[in-house]
Ligand binder design. Structure first.
Ligand SMILES: *Cc1c(COP(=O)(O)O)cnc(C)c1O
Length: 366
């Protein structure tokens, strides 16, 4: 007879989500280039909204109506086809939970958001890793990984941790290759960093088909990761399912207010995109210049770059050198990337120091 509560076997085998590091092995605090946060911070308008008093004793608006209406106005969407979440992570979990259970399969590309296998295991489903193409998601391999047991395909676009982006035509081809009963979730956590011309395509897919859900977040370009606000758009039936599963008062009053104010400051988003693009290009050039030492960067349309170490300088050595320089970056050996580091694009000053540390490690003049 057992003397303690026993977890479900599929829960017993999983670990808690592992966030990016913020401290050196010595315990010293580091500048975080490990969690893809916005190095510019938050919009002043969002910070002003957060400074405004609210009645903390009262529950927040359970339906986040004003926030959904603001999102709808900014993106040209129907507020009734939007649901808000405690970060997009909550909505991704609800989407998987709504359609997948024990024995079902959840398909995603081999190198994808580390949360995805956990989402499958949390509901007893089987995570299925589709083969990548040079680390990026492969539409053909994703379609080939679908079986009669597949309930949902998760596509982070841009991808985390690789940074690659599938253009709208490829996402449409993926959707066209899926059976209509398979849910396609397009996780657009980094959408604000991609080409403006490509930012609306997934919304159009979600408006046209019953089996497409698109998620967005305020955690990255909007610089509000601490407030835990995300949202999703899709067919009314999908939104209804998520509303049944999400926390009843899942987005705090301060989160709703900050997100509304942040949506009103698109200049901040544009500045974030421009600074990121400039520093990302400079960083990728610097990595390319170390190509003779085995370094290379995956092409990125996000606010981070996956740097591969294929020579004498190893990823663990670079991880240590960057920590010694004061920067935490992400090493993901558990995701099958022992020879790479995911480095968030920080401020210009941070990137100058990161480049100098890598050059010094390679024996080149900083
Ligand atoms: C950061 C990130 C998210 C956002 O998570 P939140 O819960 O909204 O903070 C979602 N998907 C991917 C791929 C991410 O990298």
């Amino acid at each position: 007879m057992t003397t303690k509560p026993q977890p479900k076997p599929w829960i017993a085998q999983i670990h808690a989500y592992q966030p990016g590091a913020s401290h050196a092995a010595s315990g010293a605090p580091l500048v975080k280039l490990s969690a893809n946060e916005n190095p510019l911070g938050s919009s002043p308008a969002a910070l002003a909204a957060l400074a405004m008093p609210h009645i903390a004793a009262d529950y927040p608006d359970p339906d986040a109506r004003a926030l959904r209406e603001t999102i709808a106005a900014v993106h040209g969407l129907d507020p009734d086809r939007i649901v808000c979440g405690a970060g997009s992570g909550e909505l991704l979990q609800c989407a998987v939970q709504a359609v997948a259970g024990p024995g079902d399969e959840v398909v995603f590309s081999r190198y994808s958001f580390s949360l995805y296998p956990l989402l499958a295991h949390r509901v007893g489903a089987v995570p299925v890793f589709a083969d990548d193409a040079a680390y990026a998601a492969s539409v053909d391999n994703l379609i080939a990984a679908v079986t009669p047991n597949t309930k949902v395909v998760l596509l982070d676009n841009p991808n985390n941790p690789v940074g690659t982006f599938l253009p709208p035509a490829e996402v449409a081809r993926l959707h066209a290759g899926l059976p209509p009963q398979v849910l396609l979730v397009v996780d657009e956590a980094y959408a604000e960093y991609v080409d403006l011309a490509h930012q609306h395509a997934a919304f159009d897919l979600a408006a046209a088909y019953d089996n497409v859900l698109v998620t967005r977040t305020f955690s990255k370009a909007y610089g509000l990761a601490s407030e835990r606000v995300g949202w999703a758009t899709g067919a009314p039936e999908l939104i209804d399912l998520i509303n049944r599963l999400r926390g009843a008062f899942n987005v705090s009053t301060s989160g709703q207010k900050a997100a509304i104010a942040a949506l009103g400051d698109q200049d901040f988003v544009a500045t974030s995109r421009a600074c990121n693009a400039a520093e990302r290009a400079r960083f990728c050039d610097a990595v390319a210049a170390l190509g003779n030492h085995g370094l290379s960067a995956s092409p990125s349309e996000a606010n981070f770059v996956l740097v591969h170490f294929g020579g004498d300088v190893t990823a663990p050595a670079a991880l240590t050198a960057l920590a010694d320089a004061g920067y935490a970056v992400r090493h993901l050996p558990g995701q099958g990337l022992p020879d790479a580091l995911r480095i968030t694009i920080g401020t210009a000053d941070a990137m100058t120091r990161v480049i100098a540390a890598l050059r010094t490690l390679c024996g080149e003049p900083a």
